[in-house]
Ligand binder design. Structure first.
Ligand code: 5GP
Length: 179
């Protein structure tokens, strides 16, 4: 199925039920890995809001939830490389186990930036989960990235929290740019 958002055409790539299956599996792994711990789950806004909301429904251990807001795409389909911090983390993560929730890791610049920044706050551990990962675009080695929902081609995607010009975040499925 194809959809139009502004000047671009997208086709369905990952169905909602496939996303849910992966989320259930990641949730189960978190429950096992963090048993008897009280992690702080940190969502990277805006893109991760839907993934985080669905994932934490499957996290049955106690956890706290917080957000940071960063942007790097600024409405284009290629990463701008310049990271803007729009909302600072409000919880103290010193000596805490942090689970970072990302929508997508593309070049890895944003995740690298966040992990380095969080490390300066002296958490006990940092583990990152990303719903999507573009291995061909990745420019960093980030050992903290442990859970990935889907490895995808190096093409621009929208839906399930991800936008094009701030549109498409509400789509239940994930769509890939047609070119
Ligand atoms: P990176 O810093 O890894 O290059 O990019 C990370 C951020 O860029 C993501 O959190 C996301 O906001 C945005 N981004 C990267 N690839 C895509 C994409 O294919 N579609 C959308 N909508 N955003 C993307």
């Amino acid at each position: 199925m194809k959809i139009q958002i502004e000047d671009l055409e997208f086709e369905k790539m990952i169905e909602q039920h496939a996303i849910e299956t992966q989320i259930i599996s990641i949730g189960a792994q978190i429950n096992k890995e963090y048993e008897d711990r009280l992690p702080v789950v940190i969502g990277v806004l805006n893109g991760s809001f839907m993934f985080l909301a669905d994932l934490v429904k499957h996290v049955t251990i106690p956890c706290q939830i917080a957000f940071i807001k960063l942007s790097s795409y600024h409405g284009a389909v290629n990463s701008s490389r310049k990271i803007t911090e729009d909302l600072e983390l409000k919880v103290d993560i010193k000596n805490r186990d942090v689970i970072l929730i990302e929508d997508i890791v593309d070049t890895g610049n944003t995740l690298r930036y966040i992990v380095d920044k969080l490390k300066t706050m002296n958490p006990s551990s940092i583990m990152a989960c990303s719903l999507l990962y573009k291995p061909q675009a990745m420019e960093h080695v980030i050992p903290e990235l442990k859970h990935i929902g889907f490895e995808i081609e190096n093409k621009f995607v929208v839906g399930y929290g991800l936008d094009y010009k701030e549109l498409g975040r509400n789509l239940k499925d994930i769509y890939q740019l047609v070119n």
